[in-house]
Unconditional design. Sequence first.
Length: 198
Amino acid sequence: MVKPLEFWFEFASTYSYLSAARIEDACAEAGVPLVWRSFLLGPVFGAQGMTDSPFNMFPVKGAYMWTDIARCCSDLGLPFAKPSSFPRGSLLAARIAAAHADEPWVGAFVRAVYHANFAEDRAIADDAVIAAILDEIGQDAAEVIATATAPDGKAMLRHATEEAVERGLFGAPSFVVDGALFWGNDRLEQALAHARAA
């Protein structure tokens, strides 16, 4: 029986941009149900004793990452512009993705936020930018934001982040299939194969 694939992502994550751009089509082609799991990396990194993105803490690693992301985007035909601020806050976007994970438009929203951050250098920490993105994908921004910022909506992202730490996630993108963890954009195909074999 095919198992669902949980896609754990953070909007500040560069490699999650690559996965978000292709995961919905890849899951559909493989016949694997997709579960969108938005979470925050800050608490995850904090649990590992880090106070910043490892790409900022280790400049050599960061320099390689930006070169690699540009290459990967070129390979995938994705537009890319290095953000003028990194990592960018994305609390509202993350809350929306968590609170509306089951909506048919969540994939379009996730891709649009990543595109805004990593292709257009838009300030996704700005609530007005997120509202504009919702408008662009045909959603009622005020209604969507109200649901995501209500106490129950806020709790969904908080609980997801706590679950990520409890389940041993240490970065993004991560894919979980039937309890098995696959980390990194280059493990998406392996995760899909595992979901089909399961």
